[in-house]
Design a protein around this ligand. Structure first.
Ligand code: CUA
Length: 343
């Protein structure tokens, strides 16, 4: 009996210490959405159960190793034990009840997280290799996700190519983004700040770079940003260069092609590209080492048929081959007009 009391006390002490230790190292980032609260609540219950189970296994194990170790000169066999039905039933029924309770809380939490709010602001999210773009109710598209604090939003998400996954750790929820099907994610941001949406589904060479800023701001800051975007979009739509710049943002070109001469390692920069000499490593009917001038025809060909000429130092099959069909001819010439300005 004495052993049970000592081991029991040690189990409680170790369980509390493990739980306190796991809580102290902050396994989760800040809670920045209303959805993160019930999710963390469930998570904390699970951490408490895990801490208790850890103690329940480790204490008897280590206690037995030390207290019941074989003494010097003791050559007798251990006591023979033949099953214990009460113990078997107990350690089957108790975990079963615990799992059922967790399933109930889990279902309840899922209901909370997916709850439809009729006042939710609708934002369309497009995922592509390897960029995010966000189309707002006002009609413009941006590379950043701006959210208003305490305003529920519903993200209607779709991919134009492969499977991606929308994940902002501070919001807790993660949702796959699929081609040919709209998936939704509901967020009510509750904490003003800057976050990052990360793609959480391996989607190709540029997967690591598939991030976008998420800004949660006050009503005043949000309104200012929206008005500035609407004004900029209206102005930009009037010139080919402006339209090209918008198309570049919508199609995520800049996540691989820098416009300031910096290297992304994925694709050539656009700065100073127009009319420059480009050394090729190959391509359809092109000998390695060929040098071409990046004129208008070259830029158009590189958009619609990226395998035709491969720039030295970069790989084939990285640039999507779909732009020849997803963009119209006039859209392509707008993009080219924009690239030509990047001197
Ligand atoms: Cu998109 Cu990984």
């Amino acid at each position: 009996m004495r052993h049970y009391v000592i081991a029991g006390v040690l189990v409680i002490v170790l369980a509390v210490a493990t739980y306190a230790g796991l809580m102290a190292i902050h396994l989760m980032p800040v809670e920045a959405s209303a959805q993160s609260i019930p999710i963390d609540h469930l998570w904390n219950i699970e951490i408490a159960i895990i801490s208790f189970l850890f103690a329940l296994i480790m204490v008897p194990l280590i206690y037995s190793l030390i207290v019941f170790r074989r003494r010097k000169g003791d050559t007798s066999d251990g006591e023979h034990i033949e099953g214990n039905n009460t113990l078997e039933i107990t350690w089957t029924v108790i975990p079963l009840i615990v799992v059922l309770i967790l399933a109930y809380i889990g279902t309840y939490t899922l209901g909370d997280v997916l709850a439809v709010d009729p006042n939710a602001l609708e934002i369309n999210v497009t995922a592509r290799q390897w960029a995010w773009s966000f189309t707002y109710p006002e009609g413009f598209t941006a590379k950043e996700l701006h959210l208003l604090v305490n305003q529920p939003v519903v993200l209607d998400m779709q991919s134009v190519d492969v499977i991606h996954s929308f994940w902002v750790p501070q919001f807790r929820i993660k949702q796959d983004v699929l081609p040919g099907r709209i998936t939704t994610e509901r967020i009510t941001p509750i904490l003003i700040g800057n976050y990052t949406v990360t793609c959480a589904q391996l989607c190709g060479t540029g997967h690591t770079y598939m991030t976008a800023p998420v800004i949660v701001s006050t009503q005043a800051d949000y309104d200012t940003w929206i008005q500035a975007q609407v004004a900029a979009a209206t102005v930009a739509a009037q010139t080919p260069i402006g339209r090209g710049q918008q198309l570049v943002a919508q199609n995520g070109c800049a996540s691989c092609h820098s416009i300031d001469g910096s290297s992304t390692g994925i694709a050539p920069t656009w700065k100073g590209l127009y009319q420059s000499q480009v050394k090729l490593s190959g391509g359809t009917n092109v000998a390695p080492g060929t040098v071409v001038i990046a004129n208008e025809a070259y830029l158009i060909e590189s958009i619609v048929n990226p395998s035709a000429k491969i720039v030295n130092g970069f790989q084939d099959n990285v640039m999507p081959k779909s732009f020849g069909t997803t963009l119209t001819q006039s859209q392509i010439s707008d993009i080219v007009a924009y690239i030509e300005t990047l001197k």
